[in-house]
Design a protein around this ligand. Sequence first.
Ligand SMILES: *Cc1c(COP(=O)(O)O)cnc(C)c1O
Length: 349
Amino acid sequence: MLTFDDFAKKWKIDPAPLKPVARRYPFRLHSYFEGLIHTNDDAIWKQAVPDAHELSDLSGFEDPLSEEKLSPVPDLVHRYPNRVLWLVSDRCALHCRFCTRKRRWAESRSPKNPPDLKPALDYIAAREQIVDVLLSGGDPLLLPEERLCEILSKLREIKHVQIIRIGSRVPCALPGVISPRLAAMLSQFHPLFVNIHFNHPLEVTAESGRACSILANAGIPLGSQTVLLRGVNDSETVLAELFHKLLSIRVRPYYLMQMDLTAGTAHFRTPVSTGLRILRTLRNRISGPAMPHFVIDLPGGRGKMALLPNMIREINDKEMIVENYTGQSCVYPLLEGEQEALKAEMAAR
Ligand SMILES: *Cc1c(COP(=O)(O)O)cnc(C)c1O
């Protein structure tokens, strides 16, 4: 782990102007991920290094998804009826400057004094409609192995919990932590899925590839969640390369996420049209299984909403004119009387 002073010295930047930023939102970076930085303004740098904009941004919310309000017991977010998000860890391998849970960075507890698991387990056990539990944090894969094993065992004792998903950035940001032993422990709890946070092709290295192959070889289906970030990955070339590379290390792109409206992160936000444009052009460049859903997690905890580019150019009484993957106009015939229903379905799109 690098201190901010060590980092600043190594990269020959003046730490003074960024100290207040790092005081409010602590710096956290391991030398593995630091080693992916090529220049002091590149896509890896921007994700990890404090920026003065974090303090000058007065837009946004501390808790844009109202996670605290949607928590019936501490650290358990219950938004959708059938699934819950359980924040089981308060530590990450990296403090992503655009993190949606920046508000929790300061609260890190000592690992010797971990929170009580009982309230969340009791809540889940008492509700049969909860069939899917997502573990996140912080990063669950940074928990002591016995602690994670205990959480998974206790979840598996609850009959109605069918699916367990772990959200992690460890295979990307600190891949050395992923060992065959950890993967073997996880594989006792199938069906168990791991979703990994990757944002840039530079993050797909021999080391992260090795970590993913250990997990995949343990039978764990791997997905990715990518945040669309201004100046980091908001280009079809970068994302086409990232999604293809992920597929080639057996990680299936799952979500491309619009930035949340988190305080201190406005400099990363892209227009919604950027995501739609990228999605439209990616169709022509990458394989179907490399295509993620583009989602906005709606403010106030209203849920994730997937957006698709509108490929329909015109609807008349006989046909619709659509755009294909190369941008060419194509005709598709309609059933008789279908026009109005199709227009209604497409109304706001
Ligand atoms: C994202 C999220 C989920 C899981 O959503 P999926 O679309 O099923 O991956 C569940 N609960 C909360 C609170 C979430 O933010």
